[in-house]
Unconditional design. Structure first.
Length: 259
């Protein structure tokens, strides 16, 4: 398939690079349009009040690659309208550095926002994210984005699963338009990990900013939130906690449905 790949951690993310390698190995024809810098927690935002630049680059991926100084949604929108020579078969976003599971995180996710932009264009759309511990996340950030060997093994396994799932979930005749497949990989992830269909966990995430400092500013403080989900049905957070890959179908056509 012809696949447009984006992410929200930026063009230099090793997590993106491993996904690209796995998709290439699976025989897909790729185009890359990724943000110049990290765009986490930006959702489906678009850069309305400033111009956005795009630049063709060679990052050694063996395919057309653009760096765009904007959000993941900017990347996909600009690529589909102005950069790609032909319409792709699907849009894939990720692999995100950290989970994107639960209602408290889904709407805020730039990774899901990039996939959502593809769904808005009537394309099959998949978002991939890798669960991490706080310690693993901090270690990756302190190393300049380079995971240690243990984390890299998990990442390679997750990318291999992602390549297989892309072939299945974005196959011709599947869902297209206003549907995003949200996939979260557990930590650790291995070739033998199984996948479960899930619903978004009901997670409240209050108090994400620090009290005001002396200069009146507040700082973002990451929290996993408080899970108030019932025992059933199986949630994305519960699947990850049990070591399974979580597959949540985000069908935005159901918004506002009369219950």
């Amino acid at each position: 398939m012809r696949i447009l790949v984006t992410n929200d951690d930026g063009i230099d993310s090793v997590f993106l690079h491993e996904l690209i390698r796995a998709l290439n190995a699976a025989g897909h024809s790729l185009s890359i349009a990724a943000p110049l810098r990290e765009q986490s927690w930006i959702g489906a935002a678009k850069s309305r009040t400033r111009p956005v630049s795009s630049c063709a680059v060679d990052h050694g991926f063996g395919c057309e690659t653009w760096v765009i100084d904007g959000t993941p949604s900017d990347c996909v929108n600009i690529a589909l309208a102005h950069l790609l020579p032909e319409r792709p078969d699907a849009v894939v976003s990720g692999i995100n550095v950290g989970l994107n599971a639960s209602l408290g995180f889904i709407l805020a996710s730039g990774t899901i926002g990039g996939a959502w932009e593809g769904a808005l264009h009537g394309l099959p759309a998949i978002a991939f994210s890798q669960d991490l511990t706080f310690a693993a996340y901090d270690a990756i950030k302190k190393s300049g984005g380079v995971p240690d060997e243990s984390m890299h093994r998990t990442l390679r396994a997750s990318a291999a699963h992602a390549a297989l799932l892309t072939g299945e979930l974005a196959a011709p005749g599947g869902s297209a338009g206003f549907v995003v497949h949200n996939i979260n990989f557990p930590l650790p992830c291995t070739e033998s990990c199984t996948m479960a269909r899930t619903v978004p966990a009901l997670v409240k995430v209050p108090g994400l900013f620090s009290p005001a400092a002396d200069d009146g500013t507040h700082r973002f403080v990451f929290k996993l939130g408080v899970d108030v989900s019932p025992a059933e049905p199986l949630t994305d957070r519960a699947a990850l906690a049990s070591g399974r890959i979580s597959h949540t179908v985000l069908d935005y056509r159901a918004l506002g449905a009369i219950l």
